[in-house]
Design a protein around this ligand. Structure first.
Ligand code: GLU
Length: 282
């Protein structure tokens, strides 16, 4: 019996482009070659950015590429309670703290950090007293829940040094030591949404028994955090394969904001699914 399973997990915040096609095709081809399951998950927790027409377009574009997936499709927006339960499990272990800071204040704290890490928040320089926190809550000041890496270190003790994952991707490969400091004290529940990408993706990969995660190299750094969350939540760590990113003629990573062509635009311009499959063969 083969219980291997991989997935494609797009967010319906825009139309799929060649980078998405690469991830989806690499995952689906891997599944086929290994008699594994291939599931599709719609990562739509941010309802302010997700739109139903983008979700419909995901199904259309993937079918056009010749892909099929297991049913039912999991839509994260329908499972917010699951993520809240995972969050409270971490909360019970004393691993979370409320962060009332605005983005600007977070940047200011980062810039003051003695080690000069530029874009990673490594926890508050001063914790709020219980009274200060109660006052802010009283004023209904919005807050995010962040994962405290210092607490996680305390809770895991020696295990902290054993955090690792098996990587089969095109860049670094082999056993990789997970260093959650790479992303710092990440947000696990946003001010506006009771979860975050890191929490819901880790939860769902385990729930859906994903054994092999195949995704772009842009998410390599997030894996450091995901492995930590898996251990804290008692979940298995899958095998990861981070593939190279599709770049434009200048070698620049494709991004929607830079006008990367969507699959449907390519299709409207007469490009065939076969040609797209060739374009993303990494
Ligand atoms: N939903 C994420 C995205 O569209 C991908 C999540 C993942 O593959 O881990 O970027």
């Amino acid at each position: 019996m083969n219980n291997n399973c991989t997935r494609f997990a797009p967010s319906p915040t825009g139309y799929l482009h060649l980078g998405h096609a690469a991830s989806a095709l690499i995952a689906a081809n891997w599944a086929k070659a290994n008699s594994a399951d291939f599931v599709l998950r719609i990562e739509d927790i941010d309802q302010t950015r997700c739109r139903p027409e983008f979700e419909t377009a995901i199904y259309d574009d993937l079918h056009w590429l010749g892909l099929n997936w297991q049913q039912p499709v999991r839509r994260q927006s329908e499972h917010l309670l699951d993520y809240q339960l995972a969050l409270s499990e971490l909360q019970k272990q004393g691993l979370l703290y409320r962060c009332f800071l605005t983005r600007r204040e977070v940047m200011a704290e980062i810039n003051q950090a003695p080690h000069g890490i530029i874009d990673v928040y490594s926890g508050p320089s001063k914790h709020l007293s219980a009274t200060q926190e109660a006052e802010l809550l009283e004023q209904e000041k919005p807050f995010a829940w962040r994962l405290s890496l210092s607490k996680a270190k305390e809770v895991l003790g020696k295990l902290w040094h054993d955090l690792e994952w098996l990587e089969t991707g095109s860049g670094q490969s082999g056993l990789i030591k997970a260093e959650p400091e790479v992303l710092g004290d990440v947000i696990l529940a946003r001010k506006d949404i009771s979860t975050s990408y890191h929490l819901s993706v880790t939860h769902d990969d385990a729930l859906q028994n994903i054994t092999h995660i195949i995704r772009g190299n842009d998410l390599f750094e997030s894996t450091h955090t995901h492995v930590l969350l898996q251990v804290l939540l008692g979940l298995p760590t899958p095998i990861y394969h981070h593939h190279a990113l599709i770049t434009d003629e200048q070698g620049k990573r494709l991004a929607k904001r830079d006008g990367a062509k969507s699959l449907r635009e390519l299709r409207e311009n007469g490009i065939s699914a076969e040609q797209v499959r060739d374009m993303v063969r990494l």
